[in-house]
Design a protein around this ligand. Structure first.
Ligand SMILES: NC(=O)c1ccc[n+]([C@@H]2O[C@H](COP(=O)([O-])OP(=O)(O)OC[C@H]3O[C@@H](n4cnc5c(N)ncnc54)[C@H](OP(=O)(O)O)[C@@H]3O)[C@@H](O)[C@H]2O)c1
Length: 369
């Protein structure tokens, strides 16, 4: 009998969505996490096996991984959790997938590429909304532009964050904004560089944010200049337009204050108490929009649009499909979603459509703010 696969962080908001999607697709994943009573309650509810495990207990981790084929890691912020799990997976020869969007985590995962190849396993960070749809769309537009030098990616989604997303975003914001220029990550002021992007449904204001694609799209496409944008309400864009310079001047002090141990912990506790993630009804009626454009120095460009599920539902659907693809394939190494499964992987996900052109009247021009 083949070994089961494990969801670690299973009783978190997104972990449970992944577990339910896995059941819907006929899987019987092993549930895991550090809190035994939360795990037991979930295991009883879903009728699945569970194992309580702390990431700091390397012996227990090794014992548990001995009995599984793949770990789907959904316990974040991943800057604190991915490395012990990746090391344990490398040692046990078990595939590793996570749903991070955190740049330092992607960087560290890619550093393990040679070890993953030697062990014949896949390490794939970003198997959720960040970065499956954007990575697939980036690969799609890059392929249509010879020698592309610039890539712009924008998304509208995740209207209401989960606690884990809010905590990961807060931790990421402490590091400040980034762009990729000349192949390097360069710091930029958060809030600077707003513009308008025409998504498939309508135009929105967007601001540059340090999205995981700054790392993954670079690995997937090799394009040296990348900017990643998130749609924001117009009033936020207006404040950012005039206020980013003030914010940038105050940022070092704000980061020092917010990053200090007690302040940081109290913000995280408040997030845990108050931020709960979208309910089933909100997820069901929400949609996500993605746009990407690649261009080269000769003035050629290609753009494309993607419309898909709400970000959390997408993460569960894409995550389970990624598990199925990894278990059925012979690929190995530290990969991005598009490198592992191809740019059309996203089109296999229900409720997802890609467009290479908009009607002429609404041609996908990006208007400055
Ligand atoms: N790629 C994407 O598009 C996408 C989509 C959704 C979520 N995410 C990311 O996934 C992560 C989880 O999000 P969520 O919505 O599920 O958050 P959540 O509801 O807060 O759940 C977080 C889970 O992680 C566990 N955890 C946290 N730190 C841990 C540690 N040091 N050791 C062991 N377990 C730990 C928590 O267990 P305890 O309760 O025991 O602390 C809980 O099970 C976040 O980083 C979020 O940004 C990414």
């Amino acid at each position: 009998m083949s070994k089961p696969w494990m969801i670690y962080g299973a009783y978190g908001y997104t972990g449970e969505l992944v577990a339910r999607e896995a059941l819907r697709r006929g899987h019987r994943p092993l549930l895991a996490g550090r809190n035994e009573s939360k795990l037991r309650a979930m295991a009883e509810r879903l009728g699945l096996e569970a194992v309580a495990l702390d990431l700091a207990d390397a012996v227990a981790l090794a014992r548990a991984l001995d009995g599984v084929s793949l770990v789907f890691h959904s316990a974040g912020p991943f800057v604190h959790t991915s490395e012990p799990m990746i090391r344990a997976c490398l040692s046990a020869g078990v595939h590793y997938l996570d749903i991070t969007g955190e740049i330092p985590v992607f960087q560290r995962t890619f550093e393990h590429d040679a070890e993953a190849k030697a062990r014949g396993i896949v390490l794939l960070s970003g198997a959720g909304f960040d970065v499956v749809p954007t990575d697939c769309l980036a690969a799609h537009v890059a392929r249509r532009v010879p020698g592309a030098t610039t890539l712009d990616i924008a998304f509208a989604g995740l209207a209401q964050p989960s606690g884990g997303t809010a905590k990961s975003t807060f931790e990421g914001a402490l590091a400040g904004g980034f762009l990729r220029r000349g192949g390097q990550l360069v710091p930029t002021a958060l809030g600077k560089g707003g513009r308008r992007v025409r998504f498939a449904d309508r135009e929105r204001s967007v601001l540059p944010i340090p999205w995981g694609d700054l790392e993954t799209a670079y690995r997937t496409t090799g394009i040296p200049n990348i900017t990643t944008y998130m749609a924001v309400p117009s009033r936020v864009a207006t404040v950012a337009k005039t206020g980013w310079a003030i914010g940038a001047a105050a940022a070092p002090l704000a980061r020092w204050l917010l990053g200090a141990g007690p302040v940081r912990r109290s913000i995280e506790q408040r997030i845990e108490r108050t931020v709960k993630g979208p309910d089933d009804a909100l997820r069901a009626r929400s949609r996500s929009q993605i746009w990407a454009r690649a261009s080269n120095d000769a003035g050629q460009s290609a753009e494309a649009w993607l419309e898909t599920l709400d970000g959390y539902t997408f993460t569960a659907v894409a995550g389970v499909r990624a598990v199925e693809r990894v278990l059925a394939s012979q690929v190995n190494g530290a990969l991005t979603p598009a490198l592992a499964f191809g740019s059309d992987f996203v089109l296999d996900l229900e409720g997802t459509s890609r467009h290479d052109a908009l009607p002429a009247a609404s041609s996908g021009a990006v208007a400055p703010n």
